[in-house]
Write a protein that binds this ligand. Structure first.
Ligand code: PGA
Length: 269
């Protein structure tokens, strides 16, 4: 299996509170990366991205671009409806793409549980995103009850299965990533042990390979209370190709420490 370039993505969710705080967080990110580069500890062989609120996608992107930062800006969610039209409150994949946003999360557990997004909705969102040329981080994960009932793997593979055939294989190969986020680990301070996470990631990879051998190379990110002190042990797992970071991404220093753990240059720095 060729080396998969890791992704570390900060999911800012509905944070921070003011435009000034968004700007400061973005600036801190730029400064911390510059400090790392200045100290010779480059963040190499790594894709970095942040997902600010819809309200701030473009200002954060502009700020990063002005600083010539390689950090990409991605959306936290996308409308199930395509194009333009009478969909109050929504932003379509086409609008995102036209504004220069190239990627979105879909299926985050908060969208599934708080907004009732089921397989039908997620299939529509995936199709809308792919048709508009966006790349997608598709999130899966089991609840604590499902894990305790011994159903974690079955639930996660089912979440992939229920959307798999809604887009072409070629798009899975080129435009999809999977993020495994056990629901019980999100925002709770509880992380899956590296062994549990690795075993789920291996199961997801085997599941993808079953669909088609070429899908063995899809990046599979872990999310759920990733912090600087647990990032290295997660990064050391063969099937974990990055992290989707919530709470810790609101602190630029923590976020860059996590990124550093996944950087393939980390031993040199
Ligand atoms: P957390 O969130 O890192 O705060 O647990 C992860 C996520 O929901 O993407």
């Amino acid at each position: 299996m060729p080396a998969i370039m890791p992704w570390v993505i900060g999911n800012w969710k509905m944070n921070p509170e003011t435009p000034t705080a968004q700007q400061q967080l973005t600036q801190q990110l730029i400064d911390h990366i510059a400090e790392h580069l200045a100290s010779g500890a480059a963040l190499v062989n790594l894709n970095l991205a942040v997902a600010p609120t819809l309200l701030h996608l473009l200002t954060v992107q502009q700020q990063l671009q002005q600083a010539k930062s390689a950090v990409q800006v991605i959306a936290q969610d996308v409308s199930r409806f395509a194009g333009t039209g009478a969909y109050t409150g929504d932003v379509s994949a086409q609008l995102l793409a036209n504004a220069g946003i190239g990627m979105t999360l879909i299926g985050h557990s908060e969208r599934r549980s708080l907004y009732g997004e089921d397989a039908t909705v997620l299939r529509e969102k995936l199709q809308a995103a792919i048709n508009a040329g966006l790349k997608v981080v598709f999130c899966v994960g089991e609840t604590l009850t499902e894990r305790e009932a011994g159903q974690a793997e079955q639930v996660v593979l089912q979440q992939l299965d229920e959307v798999f055939d809604c887009i072409d294989l070629q798009h899975w190969q080129q435009n999809l990533m999977v993020a495994y986020e056990p629901v019980w680990a999100i925002g709770t301070g509880k992380t899956a042990s590296p062994q549990d996470a690795e075993s789920m990631h291996a199961a997801i990879r085997a599941g993808l390979k079953n669909y088609h051998s070429s899908l063995v190379d899809l990046p599979i990110l872990y999310g759920g209370s990733v912090k600087p002190d647990n990032a290295a042990s997660l990064a050391a797992c063969a099937n974990i190709n990055g992290a989707l970071v919530g709470g810790a991404s609101l602190d630029a220093d923590s976020f860059i420490k996590i990124a550093r753990a996944f950087s393939q240059d980390r031993k040199a720095g």
